[in-house]
Design a binder for this molecule. Structure first.
Ligand SMILES: NC(=O)C1=CN([C@@H]2O[C@H](COP(=O)(O)OP(=O)(O)OC[C@H]3O[C@@H](n4cnc5c(N)ncnc54)[C@H](OP(=O)(O)O)[C@@H]3O)[C@@H](O)[C@H]2O)C=CC1
Ligand SMILES: O=C(O)C1=N[C@H](C(=O)O)C[C@H](O)C1
Length: 245
């Protein structure tokens, strides 16, 4: 039995994780921390902490867990390369402790990113449209940023030139955010949980890959897989791609 603690347990994701852990026969939900005023000491003795809090508190949580020899599964968004390096440094303090940090635990979303990376080298143009519920505090989404990075890496490897774009004036930012040369357009709207479409274009053709999380249940198989795997994987694992394989 793996003893699990959940951080951010009263949040949208935290509630779904508590339910999923409770329903899993090989996992036991032994502690929850719901808000920033609650002490992390409640988590002492758990095997794995699942963290779905917020970007401004997640690094402190990670440091506390590593200090206490606890593995972590982290879904909080905002992990750029600098943050991942900081996480590696924190984890170096205990070489037996593992952490899985993933921009998206949805299996379909992971496949969408893998397929986007595969398609990227074949098209002149690639842009990302992400749509989320209006209570999301960060934009663009961590998933969109990660997708932009894998597309940029695939294009660089294939030695593709910059994407064609004659825009000279865009005072309102209508062309969206740019991450490593890839444009991201973020929608915040009632009626969404998390959706993303990657649109590719080449001579005489368009190609799109899209994924929709309609319910937070979509993230749970990936979260539970990470909980089961992280106890066997010391150090940092980024994304669940390797775990699925
Ligand atoms: N990787 C993935 O697959 C997914 C990642 N996410 C990411 O997960 C994060 C959480 O999303 P979501 O559940 O929608 O957000 P919510 O705002 O619903 O939940 C966050 C919760 O964390 C709590 N919290 C804040 N600080 C602390 C703290 N120090 N200790 C314990 N709890 C704390 C908040 O409590 P209070 O309100 O009292 O401050 C709140 O209940 C976001 O970064 C989101 O982008 C979301 C979905 C999937
Ligand atoms: O805040 C959310 O809801 C989500 N956050 C993650 C992100 O920023 O990519 C994952 C998913 O898109 C849902």
């Amino acid at each position: 039995m793996i003893k699990v603690g959940v951080l951010g347990a009263r949040g949208r994701m935290g509630r779904a994780v508590c339910e999923a852990v409770d329903a899993a026969e090989d996992l036991e939900l032994v502690a929850t921390v719901s808000g920033r005023d609650e002490s992390l000491d409640k988590l002492e003795g758990v095997d794995v902490v699942v963290d779905f809090t917020l970007p401004n508190v997640v690094m402190g949580n990670l440091a506390w867990c590593v200090e206490h020899g606890i593995h972590t599964v982290v879904g909080v968004s905002g992990f750029d390369e600098k943050r991942l390096d900081a996480a590696r440094e924190i984890l170096a303090a205990d070489p037996e402790v593992g952490s899985v940090i993933a921009p998206n635990f949805g299996i379909g979303a992971v496949l969408m990113m893998q397929f986007a990376a595969k398609a990227a080298k074949h098209f002149d143009s690639a842009e990302i449209i992400e749509a989320h519920h209006p209570r999301k505090v960060d934009a663009p989404s961590g998933t969109a940023v990660h997708t932009a990075r894998v597309i940029a890496a695939a294009r660089a490897e294939a030695e593709l030139p910059d994407m064609p774009d004659a825009t000279e004036t865009d005072p309102q930012g209508a062309r969206g955010a740019e991450i490593e040369g890839v444009r991201i357009h973020a929608i915040r709207s009632a009626g969404y949980v998390a959706s993303q479409e990657v649109r590719f274009g080449g001579p005489g053709e368009r190609f799109a890959i899209s994924h929709d999380s309609l319910d937070r249940a979509s993230f749970m198989p990936g979260v539970l897989l990470a909980v089961r795997e992280v106890v066997k994987r010391p150090g940092l694992t980024v994304g669940i791609d390797d775990l699925l394989d």
